[in-house]
Design a protein around this ligand. Structure first.
Ligand SMILES: [Zn+2]
Length: 71
């Protein structure tokens, strides 16, 4: 009864769009874009809520990517 029907169920998903940045790059870009136009974030002693959130997104994304690569 071995019909070799264990085909992967990923037939519907295509390859990632060429030219689309990886999540880490996108998060970093968002943070830098904000950083460059935000005086609060450019001041080393301060950071606005939005900048904080973007920075967390970036470090969190980096964390996830690192874990993926190592495991
Ligand atoms: Zn800011």
């Amino acid at each position: 009864m071995d019909e070799g029907r264990d085909t992967p169920a990923a037939t519907g998903s295509g390859p990632p769009i060429a030219g689309d940045l990886p999540p880490l790059q996108r998060a970093y870009r968002r943070y830098v874009t904000h950083f460059l136009k935000c005086w609060d974030c450019r001041d080393l002693d301060r950071r606005c809520d939005e900048g904080e959130q973007l920075w967390r997104d970036y470090t969190h994304t980096g964390d996830a990517t690192g874990r993926q690569l190592s495991g």
